[in-house]
Design a protein around this ligand. Sequence first.
Ligand code: AMP
Length: 521
Amino acid sequence: MNIGTLLTKSARTFPQNLAVACGSRRWTYARFNERVNGLANAFARLGIGRGVHVAILMQNLPEMLESMFACFKLGAAAVPINFRLHPNEFAFVIDHSESEVVVISSEFNAPISQIKDRLPRVRHVVTIAGAQERMLDYETLIRAEHAAFADVDVAPDDVAWVFYTSGTTAQPKGALLTHRNLLAMTMNFYSDICQGFGPDDVVLHAAPLSHGSGLYALPNVGKAAANVIPETISFDVDRILEAVERYRVTNMFAAPTMVKRMAECPALHRYDLRSLKILNYGGAPMLAEDLRIAIEELGPCLVQLYGQGESPMTITYMPHSDHVLNGTSQQMKRLSSVGFARTDVEVKILDDEGYQLPTGGIGQIVTRSDMVMKGYWRNPRATADALKDGWLHTGDVGYMDEDGYVFLLDRSKDLIISGGENIYPREIEEVLVRHTAVFEVAVIGVPHPEWGEAVKAVVVPNPGCEVSGDELIDFCKGRIASFKKPGSVDFVEELPKNNYGKIVKNLIRAPYWEDRQSKVI
Ligand code: AMP
């Protein structure tokens, strides 16, 4: 099925349901579908059809969802781009993806005009307001067209979304997600993450629509649920909590850093959050101590997911029932896991030679399912590295316990090798974050003349807290093996994060390694 047909069907069955709310703009499913159909007709007139790539560069706005669905219905591939990227970065994605059309929000009119000459493949720029020379106006295009459109028949393996990775380790790569991948992800959401999800649900898009929140718009549209898009560019925790209360939000996705800010918001209990059934978090590690606080403060709404762009949002999950405060020691230990394989997903742990490891063996996490991407766009070498015999090699290192719970230790590139011992930074971070003076921490390897690498903790202290490096090193004693405790601690005001709120360890490492690029990257 064409993934865009999710919208066509919801508009037929639930025409009067609220589809999108953003500030004063509120569209029913009937209206949303008509606008998408108008845009699909306009795109077709511009020569966009099956297999063509369309870049979408805008803030979280309803037009982002419209443009994505217009592409799906046409059999074209959407290339959503994070609006916080630097012009050089979005120029790279537009050019590399060979997009023929770029749809932008008005703040990109000037930047795109400036780089247009570096984008020879782009035939049209469509802007949602304030069109400049050589640009088309979005609303004018829609108004000129019919509000009916017959969704194009696609093959299940046709590409629907070119998902550019966030590039925390190297140049971004375009994961090719097919209609089959996205439909399987959607069905999996209903079966594991949010059973009973339906037309009365209200979903808040607090995270970028170009990433997780946009992927999760698909199950919302498939069940005619409401999509609430806050009118704030940054993650303003008070406005997000206010929106949950005002719209009676039932479901949202947030990065762990956002969940932490919600749980630790001083005004949290002023808001009525009782409608919130599911707070889905993932995309980066959630340290057990942060999770404990979140369970305490936010109640029984948390569900963890582990996925990556190459297997969108879907490898393992940790359901509500595992989010406990006073469980057995095994249950408490599992708070630092990423849960177990999703219903129709296989997960294995492999050693360096590619052999499956027994329970508890530490190696690379691999996965096989209908969610796994077709490959990377124009990157056969990276595709061959990532996909072997149908198994996606995630680049994440971890182990599985006897009940199938997966413990993700780190990205393989973040592993520290000190005196021949493998040290997983996450284990040390889990300890340090329990110290009352520590707000956030990243543990990295720094050069050491004798051991190759030494362990360093880079710490953001809690406001008003005084603590010394020696005190924190002492705190690790008796809690982890001695060789793992940091040899040194540096204090910083904040840790560098990428546009999705993930801590970027290569940027933290860079000053310590200077010219030894291999470790920095
Ligand atoms: P991206 O493709 O940008 O979504 O990044 C995917 C990567 O984020 C994964 O390969 C993991 O390293 C990390 N990640 C995703 N979900 C989790 C999670 N629940 N816990 C820890 N790390 C995660």
